[in-house]
Write a protein that binds this ligand. Sequence first.
Ligand SMILES: Nc1ncnc2c1ncn2[C@@H]1O[C@H](COP(=O)(O)OP(=O)(O)OP(=O)(O)O)[C@@H](O)[C@H]1O
Ligand SMILES: [Mg+2]
Length: 363
Amino acid sequence: MVSPVADKLKWNGVADHLPPESVIFGCSQVMQAVAEKVRRVTASNIPVLIQGESGTGKEIIARLLHERSPWRDGPLVKVNCPAIPQTLLESELFGYEKGAFTGAYDHKLGRVEQAHRGTLFLDEIAELEPHLQAKFLEVLQDGQFCRIGAQETSRIEARILCATNRDLEAEMESGAFRRDLFYRINVVSIQLPPLRERREDIPQLAHYFLDFYNQAYNRHTTFFSPELMQLLNLHPWPGNIRELENLIKRYVILDSEEAIVSGLQARPQMHPRAQVAPDGSISLKKVTREAVRELEGTIILQALQANQWNRKRAARALNISYRALLYKIKDAGLSTRRLSLASAAAAPAGNGSNLRSTEDRQS
Ligand SMILES: Nc1ncnc2c1ncn2[C@@H]1O[C@H](COP(=O)(O)OP(=O)(O)OP(=O)(O)O)[C@@H](O)[C@H]1O
Ligand SMILES: [Mg+2]
């Protein structure tokens, strides 16, 4: 029998199925702030810019904003800018009149027009070429645009959402992105944190995907062992929630922890932020600081684990002071709650020891 989730799932994964808000926002402080911002902007139709690394949930937030918008009954039209060849993007976006160019046998509505009284979601907006940026600016200013080959302008009313995983400020500095367009799309901006900065949400997300794919594939794969949960907590997640989702999907399908442990232990070759911008710039200082912080976090967790989550002993093992360790734990974003969870997961059954009870015990 096909489950309702399997039906919704089709072949598009969770992407076609909006998770409950408790899962979308989790319990981390940083996502609570995002939830608050989403709440504040839903009633209005102002443009929102959603930023975040790949796989952090930009599209999920766009869909949530649409579902809560006053035009929720209208269409949600997505334009994935890099997926459409630049030569076709103008006609895809703005449509054309019959005879506008060779092959234009009939007029065609562009996606901007299709979004009338709904939401237009421009994904990866940094990929828009300058002349399309200028044309899109007009849509944002007064809803006006011109189909290719048209004598008159058309007008739409739509909520405009944009997303990017690029640093638009840097793109503006390099001249690749128009400053006036940036200020128009960025009336409100929502910055989605990478998963490594909201690790306390990992258990809930993992449970959600486990239930989801168990239903979707009619499986009964049981929950992860404490060891696997610890690995999930330690992993740097360069692919963010998408990577976690795919991993749990694989786990459900193969029903084998072994199959995914190897993938988790393989460290990425390149730090996700270590990407050169289109203008050739890359901040060595920023990337190195981020990578060192992440590596320190992993080493600290390993030291804590090896020392039964006793922070004093771990500090001695790491050859740093207790205070320095506390500072680094905070700096690496390893919340006390997360450490407690990992500590509880590591404790043998029936052993009530946790971080609090062991932290000040002298060995
Ligand atoms: N908060 C969340 N709760 C549950 N699932 C999520 C959440 N955020 C993202 N996902 C899932 O993770 C996957 C990636 O999310 P999404 O496509 O929204 O990311 P993105 O930021 O748009 O990535 P990209 O920049 O690569 O387009 C999707 O399958 C989505 O359903
Ligand atoms: Mg996306």
